[in-house]
Ligand binder design. Structure first.
Ligand SMILES: Cc1cc2nc3c(=O)[nH]c(=O)nc-3n(C[C@H](O)[C@H](O)[C@H](O)COP(=O)(O)O)c2cc1C
Length: 215
C-alpha cells in the first residue's frame, strides 16, 4: 500500500505541510509506505496544449509528453494506491502550482471520447486538504467552496473516491504584531492555533488512515 502527498504550499512546514504530514502519519499507522512531494521544489509548467497525449497511435497517447521535474512524479502516481493533495487557498482558489500539476496529471487521462472516460486504468483513494486564512463565517459568505467542488469532481471521475477537508482560520504569521493585519484578531488566532488546529491535525491523521484502508 503506497500513498503520495502533493504539497501545493510554498511553506514546507506551514499549515498545509503540517496537515499533510499528519495525514501521512495516519496512513503509516495503517502500514502504508508514504512519500511527500513539495511542488515548490520543482521546476515545471502547466499543460502546454501540445495534444501529444491525444494523438491517435502517438507514442505519448494517454500520458504527458513534456519532460521536466514532475515527469517522474506523474509516472509514480500510476503505482500508488492513494493520493492526498494539500493546498492553501490563494485568492479564493488552489495555488497556481497545484493547478498546473493537476493539468499535467489529469488531462492526459481525460479521453476526448463521448464519455470523457478515464485512461488511468484503476481506482485509487483521493484526499484533499484545503487551508484557509479566513474563518468559517467569512468562508460561508464566499462561493469558494462551491468553486472547489470541481476538484473533487475531476479527481473523483479520473482517479477514485475523493474526500475533502477544509481547515479554516489558520495561523499565518509567526508574530501578528509585525504585520499590517487588522483583519485578524491576533489573540483569537493564537487561541485557535492552540485549541482547534490540533483537532484539525487529528482529522488529517484520520483521513490519511482511511485513504489506505484495504477495501
Ligand atoms: C497569496 C496569498 C493569498 C491568499 N488568499 C487567501 C484567500 O483568498 N482566502 C483565504 O482564506 N486565505 C488566503 N490566504 C491565506 C492562506 O490560504 C492560509 O493562511 C493558508 O493556511 C496558508 O497555508 P500555509 O501555511 O501552508 O502556507 C492567502 C495567502 C497568500 C500568501
Amino acid at each position: 500500500m503506497k500513498i503520495i502527498a502533493i504539497n501545493g504550499s510554498p511553506r514546507k512546514n506551514g499549515n498545509t505541510g503540517i496537515l499533510l504530514n499528519k495525514a501521512l502519519d495516519g496512513a503509516a499507522s495503517n502500514g502504508a509506505e508514504t512519500e511527500m512531494i513539495h511542488l515548490y521544489d520543482l521546476n515545471y509548467k502547466g499543460c502546454k496544449s501540445c495534444f501529444a497525449c491525444k494523438l491517435k497511435n502517438g507514442n505519448s497517447y494517454g500520458q504527458c509528453a513534456i519532460n521536466d521535474e514532475i515527469s517522474p512524479i506523474l509516472k509514480k502516481i500510476k503505482e500508488v494506491n492513494a493520493i492526498i493533495w494539500g493546498t492553501p487557498i490563494y485568492l479564493g482558489s488552489i495555488t497556481g502550482e497545484i493547478k498546473s500539476f493537476m493539468e499535467r496529471l489529469i488531462f492526459p487521462y481525460l479521453t476526448y471520447d463521448e464519455n470523457y472516460s478515464s485512461l488511468f486504468g484503476k481506482r485509487i483513494s483521493v484526499g484533499l486538504i484545503y487551508t484557509f486564512g479566513v474563518n468559517e463565517q467569512r468562508l460561508e459568505q464566499t462561493r469558494w467552496k462551491e468553486f472547489l467542488e470541481n476538484n473533487e469532481f475531476l479527481l473523483g471521475r479520473y482517479f477514485g473516491k475523493t474526500e475533502s477537508i477544509f481547515v479554516t482560520d489558520t495561523y499565518q504569521f509567526d508574530d501578528y504584531s509585525k504585520y499590517v493585519s487588522a483583519a485578524f484578531n491576533a489573540s483569537e488566532k493564537l487561541k485557535r492555533r492552540k485549541e482547534v488546529f490540533p483537532e484539525d491535525c487529528k482529522k488529517a491523521f484520520e483521513l490519511g488512515k482511511r485513504l489506505v484502508r484495504i477495501r
